[in-house]
Design a protein around this ligand. Sequence first.
Ligand code: HPA
Ligand code: ZN
Length: 333
Amino acid sequence: MPLPKAELHLHIEGTLEPDLAFALAARNGVTLPYADTEELRRAYSFSDLQSFLDLYYALMAVLRTEQDFADLADAYLARAAEQGVRHAEIFFDPQAHTARGVPLGVVVEGLGRALDRSEERYGVSTRLIMCFLRDESADSALETFEAARPWFGTRITGVGLDSAEVGHPPAKFREVYRLAADAGLHRVAHAGEEGPAGYITEALDVLGVERIDHGLRCLEDPDLVDRLVREQVPLTLCPLSNVRLRCIDTLADHPLPAMLAAGLLVTVNSDDPAYFGGYADDNLRAVEEALKLDREELRLLAANSFRASFLDEERRAALLAEVAAYEFEPGAA
Ligand code: HPA
Ligand code: ZN
């Protein structure tokens, strides 16, 4: 049994495995520009964030019905459970679907169908966070926000910000984040993945976010690091993603150990596991091996994932107790 953990940075569209993509394409009569899964997999070679996003958005063409979204989420939750994930806070990109003519209700109710059964089937509690595409306009984000109101506090418990970062600073979304706060939603944002450390500060100060997704580039600003440590702002790191999107050269260069040593509240997550080579525990094992993490560092990362989550206090305490009591297999780590 893997170490119990929470997954806090996971784009549900990024869990679309090639097999499922082809199955959904056949079911919906969509033709993919790849002959088979092998050819598709060969396209998973990225030079930066944008080169990934191009494929990520293109493959979404196969997602059309509520059942498609339910199947996608159910396949993810089954895999997450195998990886020791006990709680998942799941991002989705409403604009990427509504722009293709798929109604928001199809997306939210489809995902919701799978999420509703998750605790009972897999022992995985869930939250759903809708992300605004930062390379779309602030007005488009506002429109999306208003359209999603019927699900606030029930299906949708938070807002996030993703897609192409550079040139799209957090402050562009000041208004919609203010409305999200008024609506009682949690707020997170991608910042400091490809964008500068200043975007992290701006996400905290202008958007009032409770967590930073990625946040890798905080290390370029020592005063910001001091602040993140002092305020214990969680950073949802995604190590395999960072290598695949060339934010860092190799896993052995990942600053995770230095970030832990500095007292940052870092967590390890999978981002878009179908594209980046691994789910939650795969990421943890990869950093364990490449960075020679010891058992107590792994335990700290798992505990951090629950501390940084939006869980109610009772379940958080129960899961933290499981982490504290976890017995590593002999010989492992
Ligand atoms: N960064 C920004 N946007 C994204 C990502 C990411 O890693 N994955 C899916 N959308
Ligand atoms: Zn992400």
